[in-house]
Design a protein around this ligand. Structure first.
Ligand code: HEM
Length: 119
C-alpha cells in the first residue's frame, strides 16, 4: 500500500510539473479530456491511499498531528497549484515555487512524522 501511495506522489508531482509546462507553452493541450481529468483522479487516489495507510498502520492511536498537517498542506498544495494554472507571468512562477515548497514539506513531514517543518 505504501508503494502505491508513493507511486501516486510521484505521478501527482510529475503531472503537476507537466501541466504547468503545458499551460506555459502548449495551453491548447490542457483542453484534452484526459489531461483535464487525470489530476483529479490522481489526487483522489493519493488521498485514498493515504487514508488507507492511516488505518493500516494504526497511525491514529499515536500522535497524529503530522497526518493533520499533511492533509492541510495537501489542500494548500492544491490551492497553490490552481493559482499556478490561473495566473500569468511572475505570479504564476511565485505560486509554482510555493506549490513545490509545499510538496517538499509534505514529504519531509511524511518521512520524519514531525510537524516542525522549519527544522
Ligand atoms: C501531496 C500529498 C502527499 C505526499 C507528497 C505524501 C508523501 C508521502 C511519503 C513520501 C511517504 C513515505 C514516508 C516514509 O516512508 O518514511 C508517505 C507515507 C504515508 N502517508 Fe503520505 N503523502 C501525501 C498525502 C497523504 C495524505 C492525504 C495522507 C492521509 C490522509 C497520508 C498518509 C500517509 C501515511 C499514513 C503514510 C505511512 C507512513 C509510514 O508508514 O511510515 N499521505 N506519504
Amino acid at each position: 500500500m505504501k508503494h502505491i501511495h508513493l507511486l501516486f506522489v510521484a505521478l501527482v508531482a510529475i503531472g503537476f510539473v507537466g501541466r504547468v509546462a503545458m499551460a506555459q507553452y502548449r495551453p491548447e493541450m490542457l483542453a484534452v479530456k484526459w489531461v483535464k481529468l487525470s489530476p483529479h483522479i490522481l489526487a483522489g487516489l493519493l488521498l485514498l491511499t493515504g487514508i488507507g495507510l492511516v488505518f493500516q498502520g494504526d497511525w491514529l492511536s499515536g500522535s497524529y498531528a503530522w497526518i493533520v498537517a499533511k492533509i492541510i498542506l495537501m489542500v494548500v498544495f492544491i490551492g497553490l497549484g490552481l493559482l499556478t494554472m490561473r495566473e500569468q507571468g511572475q505570479n504564476r512562477w511565485l505560486a509554482f515555487a510555493g506549490a513545490l515548497l509545499t510538496l517538499f514539506f509534505i514529504v519531509k513531514i511524511a518521512v520524519t512524522k514531525q510537524v516542525l517543518f522549519f527544522l
